[in-house]
Design a protein around this ligand. Structure first.
Ligand code: SF4
Ligand code: SF4
Length: 222
């Protein structure tokens, strides 16, 4: 899931001031941002309190099923078209993908209410960890299912680096070095590994990504 965190309120209020917004509609997200406790009903209530304290009226709010779903978000904006029409701006408590989906669905100025920080594994309720940066050229087959691109703070494919000390990472010092973990797991599985990993092909990460499963097979995939 996409992990988000609250955005600096001074910046949000500056955004509102830029368009002279005295009335605002708030849109949340029923998926990732609700689970991350950044864009569900409780956080919308907090946003309403903060906007009221700044003398900004909230014309309405909604938590759609998934903010980044174009069809669902268009439906949600139609459902609340009256309250959105009354508003000078829309504040979106979702990841950047959701903000853009809302911005496509209304002609009102749309502003992000959160920062999007990473694609996160749910370790347990309320605890998230970054394990994949979607590099487009996965090496987990060679690294015993441990991602060096993401879990090594330096993103080193081949390590450990010179700073590793007593098996621990020199950057995140309370964690074992990713490359120690990789080698241990490979050994536990009686695998030798493949030696030095080749440099990554960063063209695999060219943006923007797109996949079109409706067209000719494979067309539109990157
Ligand atoms: S190598 Fe790491 S960042 Fe790349 S796809 Fe695999 S898990 Fe994700
Ligand atoms: S100690 Fe290991 S995990 Fe930490 S930065 Fe160096 S190679 Fe990466």
């Amino acid at each position: 899931m996409i992990i988000t965190k609250p955005r600096d309120w001074d910046r949000i209020l500056a955004n509102m001031a830029e368009v002279d917004a005295r009335r605002v509609f708030i849109m949340g997200c029923g998926q990732c941002a609700t689970v991350a406790r950044t864009g569900g009903e409780d956080e919308i209530a907090e946003a309403r309190r903060r906007l009221a304290a700044a003398d900004i009226e909230v014309t309405g709010w909604a938590v759609g099923e998934v903010a980044c779903h174009s069809g669902g978000t268009r439906l949600e904006t139609r459902r609340h078209s009256g309250s959105i029409e009354e508003a000078d701006a829309v504040l979106v408590l979702s990841c950047g993908a959701g903000v853009q989906t809302v911005a496509d669905a209304t002609s009102k100025p749309v502003f992000p209410g959160l920062e999007s920080v990473f694609l996160g594994n749910v370790v347990r309720h309320g605890v998230f960890e970054e394990r994949c940066q979607m590099c487009g050229e996965c090496v987990l087959d060679l690294t015993a299912g441990i991602c060096p691109v993401t879990t090594c703070p330096k993103g080193l494919l081949n390590g450990p680096c010179g700073g590793m000390w007593d098996g621990n990472c020199e950057v995140v010092t309370d964690r074992e070095c990713t490359h120690v973990l990789i080698r241990r797991r490979l050994a536990e599985q009686a695998r030798e590994g493949t030696g030095v990993l080749a440099p990554k092909d960063h063209s695999k990460q060219l943006k923007p990504g797109s996949v079109n499963l409706r067209g000719e097979r494979g067309k539109g995939r990157r």
